[in-house]
Design a protein around this ligand. Structure first.
Ligand code: CA
Length: 224
């Protein structure tokens, strides 16, 4: 899951970016409203965190323009001000949630998880392929009923493959959703992660989850 963080206070932006990264999210930071809009136009974000007080364009205006341009991912506003009218303005401009600074990082994470959780209408909170299960709220993976020990990045990668099961996803698509803007395209880091995942999934000739699709990328098959 890739997250856009628009925050002009460098220390806070870096604190959020690093914290999200440790949880396996890919996060890009924008120091002002215009940069946030530019990044959002170029990258497929799954969530945006917008500080209200931003230089050039404030967070409420960024939110309004994102929604006007068809940005469909959840948006959470961050603000130092705990004023009712700011919350109303933020929510009226198309935000889904609101967090007042200073906040505990655990609370930010819980809200991010809630916003990224599949809606009951379109999917279950547990993604599955055969006996491979990813429990998103609990952030736990299981295979044949036994817990799977995955790194944060492996979990994100598997989540992305499961959300797109039976569809071939290219390395570019994987990079755009699982890694951040600092990804070095010259490396084989995706293939390395896929290899690790396959090993942890105990793949063999009889049971294979992740299939290599020549010229396209990878496909996780639901029917294993
Ligand atoms: Ca600010």
């Amino acid at each position: 899951m890739r997250i856009l963080v628009a925050e002009d206070e460098k220390k806070i932006a870096e604190f959020i970016r690093r914290g999200l990264k440790e949880e396996g999210y890919a996060a890009d930071t924008a120091p002002d409203g215009e940069e946030a809009l530019r990044l959002a136009a170029e990258n497929p974000y799954d969530l945006a965190l917008l500080d209200v007080m931003l230089p050039k364009l404030d967070g409420v205006e960024v939110c309004r323009r994102l929604r006007a341009s068809g940005f469909a991912a959840p948006i959470m506003m961050l603000t130092a001000k705990d004023r009712v009218e700011d919350k109303v303005k933020g929510l009226d401009s198309g935000a889904n949630d609101y967090l007042t600074k200073p906040f505990a990082f655990e609370e930010l994470l819980a809200r991010v998880r809630a916003l990224l959780r599949p809606r009951p209408a379109d999917a279950a909170a547990v993604l599955a392929a055969g006996t491979l299960e990813l429990d998103l709220p609990a952030h736990k993976a299981r295979l044949d009923g036994k817990p799977l020990d995955l790194s944060a990045k492996e979990f994100s990668l598997l989540e992305y493959l499961l959300r797109n099961k039976d569809r071939a996803v290219s390395r570019t698509m994987i990079v755009e959703h699982v890694w951040d803007i600092n990804f070095d395209t010259g490396t084989n880091v995706i293939d390395v992660h896929i290899t690790h995942l396959r090993r942890k999934l105990g793949e063999n000739a009889r049971r294979k989850f992740i299939h290599t699709i020549r010229g396209k990328g990878y496909m996780l098959k639901a029917d294993v």
